[in-house]
Design a protein around this ligand. Structure first.
Ligand code: MN
Length: 356
């Protein structure tokens, strides 16, 4: 429960009422994972949920749970939908500005709310608070790391044995993660062999591993609501020259960029460092995404580690550093670690040791 953080936002933004609708934000502030809305009405917090979620919601400590249903089937249900419930509980909500996590809403929902209330978007305040993790969050991320590392090792074993398809390996990865206690994967596992690795977001297929293939494996477990994100590029026993050159450039770029990561550094500097190393190797035009992103309840969240980022790295932010080179129809290499920013040397959560 992090209502103290919501109270701080309310105070700083000079708001009377706040409504939180995004799933990740709802989980962040309340610990509840399910359908529902956090209504913070004149400093009184309510968890407003549809009738079917009521029992689960009531396990959330420290919050008044109110539930609704379209018709009156029970005394203690509010008749109507979510908006009726909110307006019943928070009289006069439409009279002053309502703080809302607009970035989490669909365009449709946003439009219907805009007609009812005066909105103040508090999305960026929330994402900047969420970007700095507390110890409880870091422990969940470390556990997600441990699980992901097991799956990565399993993937390498299969790669070394050979005779497998991309789908074989991705299936084993997903199985291993759940076997080790992950609730699910943070995003669909990417396994890409040979020329397929030139597509950063390749979808695993029945492509069978050949002796000269590399493999890009980009995976992450989700543990108690927290994500992990890691990529390794496996090299074949005998790498051809281009693959070796590309791999070395990406690895050195990643290591140099990680060396720069610490409290107070501009995120854009980390991106520039990775990019300049890849430029020196002559592959700049093949590094077609940003260097990294924050990881937490969402697999992509603040801060942004890109050329244009305005974010400053702070202690206990969790970010990825993941340069890559992608040469169309030939080969791709990406190496990614999730990293905890510290005052000094960062805590690098490696899934497999890196070597050339
Ligand atoms: Mn990533």
């Amino acid at each position: 429960m992090r209502l103290d953080k919501l109270e701080k936002i309310r105070e700083n933004s000079n708001l009377k009422n706040i409504v939180i609708m995004g799933d990740s934000n709802l989980f962040y502030f309340t610990g509840y994972r399910g359908m529902g809305t956090l209504l913070y009405c004149d400093r009184v917090p309510y968890l407003v949920v549809p009738a079917l979620e009521r029992n689960r919601a009531e396990k959330t400590k420290g919050l008044e749970v109110r539930s609704y249903f379209p018709v009156r089937i029970a005394e203690d249900l509010i008749e109507g939908g979510m908006f009726e419930a909110i307006e019943t509980l928070c009289k006069g909500i439409s009279e002053s500005e309502v703080g809302l996590d607009v970035r989490s809403l669909s365009a449709e929902l946003y439009n219907s709310i805009r007609d009812k209330w005066k909105i103040k978007d508090i999305s960026s305040e929330i994402s900047s608070i969420r970007s700095i993790k507390d110890e409880e969050e870091l422990d969940k991320i470390r556990k997600a790391h441990e699980i992901t590392a097991k799956a990565m090792n399993r993937a390498l074993e299969e790669f070394t044995k050979g005779g497998v398809t991309e789908l074989n390996i991705s299936g084993l990865i997903d199985f291993t993660m759940k076997e080790m206690g992950a609730e699910e994967y943070a995003f669909p596992s990417i396994v890409a062999f040979g020329e397929n690795s030139a597509e950063p977001h390749h979808i695993p297929s029945l492509r069978r591993l050949k002796a000269s293939d590399n493999a890009v494996v980009d995976i992450g477990a989700r543990f108690e609501g927290y994500c992990f994100d890691s990529t390794r590029t496996f090299l074949p026993k005998f790498s051809y020259e281009e693959l070796r050159k590309v791999y070395e450039a990406v690895l050195e770029a990643q290591l140099e960029a990680i060396d720069l990561v610490r409290d107070g550094v501009e995120a854009s500097e980390v991106d520039k460092m990775a990019r300049s190393r890849i430029q020196r190797a002559g592959y700049e035009r093949f590094f077609i995404h940003s260097t990294g992103h924050g990881v937490g309840i969402d697999v992509h969240e603040a801060p942004l580690v890109s050329m244009k980022s305005k974010d400053i790295l702070k202690e206990n932010m969790v970010i990825t550093v993941e340069p890559g080179i992608y040469i169309k129809d030939r080969v791709g290499v990406r190496i990614e670690d999730t990293i905890i920013v510290k005052k000094g040397k960062p805590e690098v959560l490696e899934t497999l040791y890196k070597f050339i």
